[in-house]
Design a protein around this ligand. Structure first.
Ligand code: NAD
Length: 385
C-alpha cells in the first residue's frame, strides 16, 4: 500500500485554510447590511451606462423608455436618472482598469444600474467589467425571468451567485492518478440573502409559491442547510408557500406540460441554477431571449444578455440593433425598485409588440425597423393600454 501521509498532511492544511477563509467570508456577510426596501425609499437613483458597440444605441432607447414610464416619479423627484460615463473599452484600456475609479464611485452613488454591454478584449490581462462589477458591488443573486405567455409559463429563477461549487472550484485536492476532490460551500448568510431576495420578489409581485430546488437527499450538509435556511426565511413570509423539490425531478417538471405552469419563483444553489436556467431559457426560445439581473443588498445591475455586437457597428447597422433584451432589463429593474405597475405595463406592451401585433419588426439588419422606431412603437403601445 502507498504511503499517502504527505498528501494527507498537505490536503489537511489546505482544508484548514479554506475553512478559515470561508468562515471569514460568512462573518463578513453576517455583519453586512440588510436589503434595501425600495417601496419605503423617498428617492431612488438610477445610473444609466451605455457601454460599448451597440450598447449606447440600445441604452439611449432604454433610457427614453424609462423616462417615459417614470415621467411622474421623475417629475416629483422620487426617481433621478444619472448618466454614468467612462465604462467604454477605450477608457478602460487607457486606464488599465476593468472599472475606472471615478466610474465605480459614480455607480456606487446610485441605487441601481442599467448597463449596456461592455466589450472584453480577447487576451491581455483586462478583467471583464461584469465580473469586476459583480465582485465590487457584491451582486449575489443572478435573476432570470422566463416567460411563454401562450403556454402560461411565467417563471423567475433566483440563482445563488457567489457560493456552492463555484467559490472553491479551483481549490480542490488531488492525489495524482488516485483521487480528486472538490469542495462545495453553503453559508448561513449566503443562503439567507438569496432566499430573502426570492421571497421579497414573491411578496412584491403577488406571487404565492416559491420552489426551493436542491439535491438535499444526497448533499445533506450543503443542500440540506440551504433548504432549512430557505424555510427559516419563508416563515417570515406568510401567504407564500415554500415547496421543496429535487433538481432531478425539477428538470423533468420544466418539460412536463401537465404541471410546469404551476411554478412561479425558484430559489437554487449556484450550480443547479446555472444548469436549469439554460433549460428554462431554451423553453422560452433560446438562451439569447432571456434577460438577466445581478442583485445585491445594496446595489443591483440590469442588462441585456447579449454582448456589444461589434460587427454591427463595423457594418454601420448599429441603429438596427434589437432593444428587446435591454427593455426586458428595464422591466426587471422596475420590479426590483418596487414599481410593479409600470413593469406590468411594459411587459404587456412588449408582449403585444413582439408576440401578437408585430406592427414594427426589428431584424438586426437594414430590412427591419431601427431600434428607435421600435422604442416609439413600444411607447405608443403602452399609451394605448
Ligand atoms: P454578441 O452578443 O455581441 O453577438 C452575438 C451575435 O448576436 C452577433 O451576430 C451580433 O450581431 C448579434 N446581436 C447581439 N446583440 C444584438 C442585438 N441587440 N440586435 C441584433 N443582433 C444582435 O456576442 P459576442 O460577439 O460574443 O461578444 C461581443 C463582445 O461583447 C465581446 O467583447 C464580449 O466579451 C462582450 N459581451 C458582453 C456582455 C455584457 O456586457 N453583459 C455579454 C456578452 C458578451
Amino acid at each position: 500500500m502507498c504511503d499517502y501521509t504527505s498528501y494527507i498532511d498537505k490536503a489537511t492544511e489546505q482544508f484548514r485554510q479554506l475553512l478559515i477563509e470561508q468562515l471569514a467570508r460568512q462573518d463578513k456577510m453576517e455583519a453586512g447590511e440588510s436589503a434595501k426596501d425600495f417601496g419605503k425609499m423617498e428617492k431612488i437613483t438610477v445610473g444609466v451606462c451605455g457601454g460599448d458597440g451597440i450598447g449606447p444605441i440600445i441604452v439611449k432607447e432604454a433610457e427614453r423608455l424609462l423616462r417615459f414610464l417614470l415621467a411622474d416619479e421623475i417629475a416629483s423627484g422620487k426617481v433621478e436618472i444619472r448618466q454614468i460615463e467612462g465604462l467604454t473599452i477605450e477608457n478602460r484600456l487607457a486606464l488599465g482598469k476593468a472599472i475606472p475609479d471615478d466610474t465605480l464611485a459614480a455607480i456606487k452613488a446610485c441605487d441601481v444600474l442599467l448597463k449596456g454591454p461592455t466589450t472584453t478584449p480577447k487576451g491581455g490581462s483586462m478583467e471583464s467589467a461584469n465580473v469586476a462589477l459583480r465582485r465590487e458591488l457584491d451582486l449575489y443573486a443572478n435573476v432570470r425571468p422566463v416567460s411563454v405567455p401562450e403556454k402560461n409559463i411565467d417563471w423567475i429563477f433566483y440563482r445563488e451567485n457567489t457560493e456552492g461549487e463555484y467559490v472553491l472550484g479551483s481549490r480542490g485536492i488531488e492525489v495524482p492518478d488516485k483521487l480528486a476532490m472538490d469542495f462545495k460551500v453553503t453559508t448561513k448568510s449566503g443562503t439567507r440573502r438569496i432566499a430573502r431576495a426570492a421571497f421579497e420578489y414573491a411578496k412584491n409581485n403577488g406571487k404565492t409559491n416559491v420552489a426551493i430546488v436542491t439535491k438535499a437527499n444526497i448533499m445533506k450538509k450543503t443542500d440540506g442547510n440551504f433548504t432549512a435556511i430557505c424555510h427559516e426565511v419563508a416563515a417570515e413570509y406568510p401567504g407564500i408557500e415554500a415547496e421543496d423539490w429535487y433538481i432531478d425531478i425539477m428538470t423533468a417538471n420544466l418539460v412536463n406540460e401537465a404541471i410546469r405552469d404551476r411554478f412561479q419563483v425558484f430559489v437554487l444553489p449556484n450550480l443547479y441554477g446555472d444548469i436549469i436556467t439554460d433549460e428554462a431559457a431554451q423553453i422560452q426560445g433560446g438562451v439569447g431571449t432571456a434577460g438577466s439581473a445581478n442583485i445585491g443588498d445594496r446595489y443591483a445591475m440590469f442588462e441585456a444578455i447579449h454582448g456589444s455586437a461589434p460587427r454591427m457597428i463595423e457594418e454601420g447597422i448599429g441603429e438596427y440593433a434589437n432593444p428587446s433584451s435591454i427593455f426586458k432589463a428595464v422591466e426587471m429593474m422596475l420590479r426590483h425598485i418596487a414599481m410593479p405597475v409600470q413593469a406590468d405595463r411594459l411587459a404587456k406592451a412588449m408582449e403585444i409588440c413582439n408576440e401578437t401585433e408585430k406592427k414594427v419588426v426589428v431584424t438586426g439588419n437594414r430590412d427591419g425597423a431601427t431600434c428607435a422606431r421600435f422604442a416609439d412603437y413600444v411607447m405608443e403601445t403602452v399609451q394605448k393600454l
